[in-house]
Design a binder for this molecule. Structure first.
Ligand SMILES: Nc1nc2c(ncn2[C@@H]2O[C@H](COP(=O)(O)OP(=O)(O)OP(=O)(O)O)[C@@H](O)[C@H]2O)c(=O)[nH]1
Length: 520
């Protein structure tokens, strides 16, 4: 089974991956921070709005209570001396009931607890004796009172706002009371009932015993609410805000305020979930709006990654073909526009220069004769290959020191070496710029003369021979040489053959008495 090789990590991809990672983390972080800030802000704003709203409604309720108290006190004052005037009692009850929509009904009760007048007439409770303890709260109080909720003789669940009546000599005569039917449409509903939205926010009122006396859902009216910190706080007379879980286990953002004169608490609340729902939309909008900038940022990062990594990428690619001839040119062309790349580039260029120097030196060493500095046989062969390739015609001279054995035998091998070196120097002095000089063996040499014909080569050979003959060398005095000359015209002949002919000519020179040049 073949497994595909993993894509190679490059600086550009690493930079890209890092940048994309950073962008994603930054985006997530800013989304999260935005969400948290918005959430806290929204919760605090909602709590505060509910508190202000509850406080405003508590103020309205308070002023309604004060106003009704004054009305009841006024009526009580009127009726004090007219308790037997049935017509007036009825007229006053009707006036109180109808002059405003404050009360669902009005009753006037005498000191024995018998209803002596009532409005509306449809109530038909006149003459009814109040018997239950709850119904007799006002009788017992004999003072201005707002009762706890109770079931009236007409069967309504009510609270009653009453004011006592006293005769001039202070005898208790009964009371006049306005009622609010808690489970029917009433003045509380008018004052408070607008605050009910489809998102689940609503407002309710509890009396001092934690009994619900107003709630937008009628079935809860009359229920006692327990374990509710908001209600505990508001009934302690404090205004404020709280995060409360309601009886349906719904998290509510609650603001509350007390109605001081009645010891009621008004609570306005909104489900937390409904409040926070808008954030999700908001965040989605933020997300959508941030996409173009995020894409632009990514594109910018991508281009920057390419731009930054390009010099290093090019240097790395060039380094792969370090042994190629044009690598130096390639690397010199790399635009290393920042410090690290520039340093790397110059280090690689220095390395390549050293490398090539080293190679060149090795190449020269392997082609050069250490003693004379002329080409050795390998160098000579290399040069001949090149001539053959380019088909450059040349003349060649093979030369050999005459009786060199005698030099060695007479003066020793070291002095013999010196003679070889001195001969090489003379050859170099005599040679033209394009001539190639080789030490082809112990005391044998070759001279290659490009673009030179055989006759000219013979002249060169003779000139050299005479020069050597006339030169006094250290220790040994003058020496003599024999030379064989031939010519390679190009394609018509092999170079091997030209070499052979030079050898033959040299042999002839030796044979004919040495110290001479022979052309073959
Ligand atoms: N000192 C020294 N001697 C060398 C070197 N290479 C070869 N020789 C000697 O050169 C001599 C060549 O001798 P031969 O080939 O007999 O030729 P010759 O004595 O020069 O006589 P002819 O060439 O016939 O004139 C030998 O004694 C070699 O030992 C070298 O590098 N240094």
């Amino acid at each position: 089974m073949f497994s595909r090789p993993l894509p190679r990590l490059t600086l550009r991809n690493l930079m890209l991956a890092m940048a994309v990672f950073s962008v994603i983390i930054t985006l997530c972080n800013s989304f999260y921070a935005t969400y948290e800030v918005q959430r806290t802000l929204l919760i605090n704003n909602t709590l505060e709005a509910n508190r202000v709203y509850a406080a405003k409604l508590a103020e309205l309720t308070e002023s309604f209570i004060q106003s009704t108290r004054r009305q009841l006190a006024y009526s009580a004052g009127l009726l004090n001396n007219n308790m037997n005037n049935e017509q007036m009692l009825m007229a006053e009850a009707r006036r109180l009931h109808e002059q405003s929509n404050a009360f669902n009904s009005v009753v006037i009760v005498n000191a024995k607890g018998i209803i002596i007048a009532a409005s509306p007439d449809t109530l038909q409770v006149k003459g009814v004796q109040l018997s239950s303890a709850n119904a007799r709260q006002s009788l017992q109080a004999q003072a201005p009172l707002i009762t706890d909720p109770f079931v009236s003789p007409s069967g309504n669940y009510i609270i009653s706002l009453s004011h006592p009546m006293f005769s001039d000599n202070g005898d208790y005569l009964g009371y006049v009371a306005g009622t609010i039917y808690l489970q029917r449409s009433n003045i509380l509903g008018e004052i408070l009932g607008k605050h009910y939205y489809q998102d689940g926010s609503y407002l309710y009122v509890v009396d001092k015993h934690k009994t619900l006396i107003y709630h937008p859902e009628e079935q809860y009216i009359g229920e006692r609410v327990s374990n509710n910190a908001a209600i505990d706080t508001v009934l302690a007379g404090k205004e404020g805000v709280l995060n409360v879980v309601n009886s349906h286990d719904v998290d509510m953002l609650t603001g509350f305020a007390p109605v001081a004169s009645t010891h009621w608490g008004i609570v306005a609340q909104r489900p937390k979930e409904a409040t926070l729902a808008s954030i999700n939309n908001h965040l989605f909008n933020v997300f959508v709006k941030s996409i173009p900038i995020a894409l632009l940022t990514l594109a910018g990062i991508w281009l920057s990654a390419i731009f930054i990594s390009r010099p290093l990428w090019q240097l790395a690619k060039s380094a792969e073909k370090m042994n190629k001839q044009d690598v130096q040119q390639d690397i010199s062309g790399v635009r290393s526009w920042y410090f690290e790349a520039a340093q790397l580039k110059s280090a690689i260029l220095r390395g390549i220069a050293l490398f090539h120097d080293h190679i060149n030196k090795l190449h020269t060493d392997s082609h050069t004769d250490a003693m004379t500095g002329l080409l050795n046989r390998r160098g000579m062969q290399h040069m001949l290959d090149s001539y053959e390739q380019r088909q450059t015609p040349f003349a060649l001279i093979a030369l050999d020191i005459d009786h060199f054995k005698n030099v060695n035998d007479t003066f020793g091998h070291d002095i013999g070496d010196n003679v070889i070196k001195q001969l090489a120097l003379i050859m170099q002095e005599q040679a033209r710029r394009n001539d190639i000089l080789c030490r082809s063996g112990g005391e044998e040499f070759m001279i290659f003369l490009p673009a030179t014909d055989a006759t000219n080569a013979l002249e060169v050979a003779e000139r050299l021979r005479r020069k050597v003959e006339n030169t006094i060398m250290d220790d040994v005095g003058s020496i003599r040489i024999s030379l064989g000359v031939s010519h390679w015209p190009g394609r018509a002949m092999t170079i091997r053959r030209a070499l052979k002919q030079a050898d033959i000519a040299l042999y002839q020179a030796k044979h004919q008495g040495r110290n001479q040049s022979v052309l073959n």
